[in-house]
Design a protein around this ligand. Structure first.
Ligand code: GLC
Length: 618
């Protein structure tokens, strides 16, 4: 493995050249000229360098004032200095309007210019002659204004474009998970380049050395977020270059590795192919390698007795301590979905037979485990209530030794007579009975839950609308941890106070996954009801990241405004409801082969004695 400051690999080939303003290029929608002959395995074609734990993709754009030559690998493109003004140009090209018609152009900061000041924040509805912009139009403008460019190519969207926020923290970065709804919105709009670029650039980040206090996590890890930085070149007066800085958790609050990033990346890759019809991206050698690296990391043998992925607290959307370490449902649903997506995309070749076998085995075991042991409804709850404990045997009913006293009083009231859900986590002697929304919704989308379970989850959401949706969709989890439990589990986290942020806060971005789940179950009217709720206030409230209180009445205490995934989540929901069949690009239908495998390999059968020969007769 290379060390800092070491040039790892230098390959010639076309780096993504700025094409947007290049009068000689094929226009705004022409594909960037990525390294064409991608034969490379690990470093995959781009000229790359590791420097002080930052990734420098030396396809950097160096600019030296008007008329400067931009160097992109070997390719030199005549460029004007203004080509660094990525976002305005992007907004223009996406929107079909010219930026100049709307605003003065401003310089980029972190790869994003302040194009948002082309709109007067929060005043979309009342501009000029009482011009009323629809919420959707406003959302598109905001989404386009959040686009980040690298070397003139759109590669992602920043987490929040809240210029009035006192603490930006890392919200000026492109988060992998946050980009998913943005990417899908662009895909559904037929704007594919940004997603293609995102997939390929984040892939470049994957294989870089990442260390924290001399320790490196697994090779396939995808970053939580990255940032485009424009820095002076040093050698030449006023010349600058753009650098991608990736964060794999080494800088993140709590230093948690984002397990979900790679899983989302695979899901987006499949959606890109399905939506654009361009399968050349998933067929690339480097993309296949990247996918396998993620899979190998997830499928690696460990000490586990369970097929579920064992992760630390905060390794997904809930990215700080909330008592979700172990085998949280969200990760399992994404894992299952990513395995199915990868299986569709992996090129059959001798070298991957073992991987595909491991993947298939895991799918069967994982779906059995979740469907059987995570599922809870009134009947199951009553069974747990009457569990016998301390069963030492291979065929125990209460396999995980759950003490009935663990059933929390709130659950007895909460569980409707019709409906059920998958619990948040299962560990030896511990069931986390909290309802986690994303895990449940993605279990529906990915068919990790059975058809009956999927309907039951939606039944429960309908029955418990006042608790789970209330005034703004939708609670990240239910109920909130309070008092001593909050103190112990969150470590007295002042951001995760009861009914705020990750601790029972309401997150509008979840609307898109909710819509996917409702459409898959042919119950779009439930999602429509939620969209109507969102439309009542989200624009007026300036697109907050989350809402607080039991009924989601307040804008979150520390919520960022103009949060991109709140905006794109809404847009995806609208686009899908207008064209429900488009949801196919990310749902996974129940695989009949898998069901058969599950039946024939039924783990519920008595522990077998296959091959066991009684050595002697007594
Ligand atoms: C918060 C959320 C996380 C999200 C990030 C950027 O940390 O918990 O899921 O990715 O903000 O929006």
């Amino acid at each position: 493995m290379a060390t800092s400051e070491t040039v790892l690999q230098v390959l010639s080939g076309g780096l993504p050249c700025p094409y947007r303003l290049d009068p000689f290029s094929g226009g705004v929608n022409s594909a960037p000229s990525f390294c064409s002959d991608v034969k490379c395995g690990r470093n995959r074609g781009l000229v790359s360098k590791k420097f002080n734990n930052r990734v420098r993709l030396l396809g950097k754009c160096t600019s030296r004032g008007v008329g400067a030559v931009k160097s992109c690998g070997k390719v030199k493109c005549a460029h004007r200095w203004e080509s660094m003004r990525c976002k305005c140009q992007k907004a223009e090209s996406f929107g079909g309007e010219t930026a100049n018609e709307r605003s003065p152009v401003s310089l980029p900061v972190n790869g994003v210019d302040s194009a948002t000041n082309i709109f007067e924040r929060g005043s979309f509805a009342l501009k000029g002659k009482e011009e009323t912009r629809s919420i959707e139009e406003e959302a598109w403008d905001l989404l386009r204004a959040s686009v980040v460019c690298y070397c003139g190519n759109p590669i992602g969207t920043i987490a929040a474009n809240d210029e009035n926020s006192g603490s930006i923290l890392n919200y000026d970065q492109v988060f992998i998970r946050d980009f998913i709804p943005s990417g899908i919105a662009f895909l559904l709009k037929g704007e594919y380049d940004i997603v293609r670029n995102f997939i390929l650039y984040t892939l470049q980040l994957q294989s870089w050395e990442k260390t924290m206090d001399c320790y490196s996590p697994g090779q396939g890890l995808m970053p939580a977020s990255f940032k485009v930085r424009t820095v002076p070149l040093g050698s030449v007066d006023s010349a600058t270059e753009e650098i991608l800085d990736a964060d794999f958790g080494e800088a993140a609050i709590g230093r948690v590795a984002p397990v979900d990033s790679g899983l989302w990346w695979i899901i987006l890759l499949r959606a890109y192919g399905k939506c654009s019809g361009d399968l050349s991206v998933q067929e690339r050698v480097d993309v296949q390698t990247g996918m396998k690296m993620i899979l190998r990391l997830c499928l690696a043998d460990g000490f586990d007795m369970f097929p579920t992925l064992l992760v630390t607290d905060g390794s997904c959307m809930i990215d700080r301590r909330m008592g979700i370490h172990g085998h949280p449902l969200e990760i399992q649903a994404l894992f299952y979905s990513a395995l199915l997506c990868a299986r569709e995309m992996l090129a059959p070749e001798d070298g991957s037979a073992d991987l595909i076998r491991a993947l298939n085995n895991r799918l069967v075991a994982l779906s059995f485990h979740i469907r059987e042991y995570y599922w809870i409804d009134l009947k199951k709850l009553n069974e747990i209530y009457r569990y016998t404990t301390e069963e030492y045997s291979y065929d125990a009913v209460n396999k995980f030794n759950i003490y009935p006293d663990q059933i929390p009083p709130w659950l007895v009231e909460f569980m409707p007579s019709k409906g059920g859900y998958l619990i948040g986590n299962l560990q030896p002697a511990h069931m986390d009975f909290r309802f986690f929304t994303l895990g449940n919704l993605w279990s529906i989308a990915s068919s990790l839950a059975t058809l009956d379970q999927s309907h039951a989850i939606l039944d429960l959401i309908e029955a418990k609308w006042a608790e789970l949706v209330a005034e703004m969709p939708i609670k990240i989890c239910y109920p909130a941890l309070e008092g001593q439990e909050w103190r112990i589990v969150t470590g007295s986290d002042p951001k995760n106070t009861p009914w705020s942020y990750h601790n029972g806060g309401s997150w509008p971005t979840l609307l898109w996954q909710f819509t996917v789940a409702c459409i898959k179950m042919n119950r779009p009217e439930i999602a429509e009801k939620a969209v109507r709720l969102v439309e009542r206030r989200i624009s007026r409230d300036k697109w907050p990241e989350y809402y607080d209180t039991k009924r989601a009445r307040f804008i979150g205490k520390q919520a960022h405004l103009f949060q991109t995934w709140s905006i794109s989540g809404y847009l995806v929901a609208k686009l899908l409801l207008a064209n429900p069949s488009a949801a196919k690009i990310f749902v996974n239908e129940e695989d009949p082969e898998l069901v058969n495998a599950l039946l024939s390999a039924n783990p519920r059968r008595k522990r077998g004695r296959k091959g066991f020969k009684q050595p002697f007769i007594v």
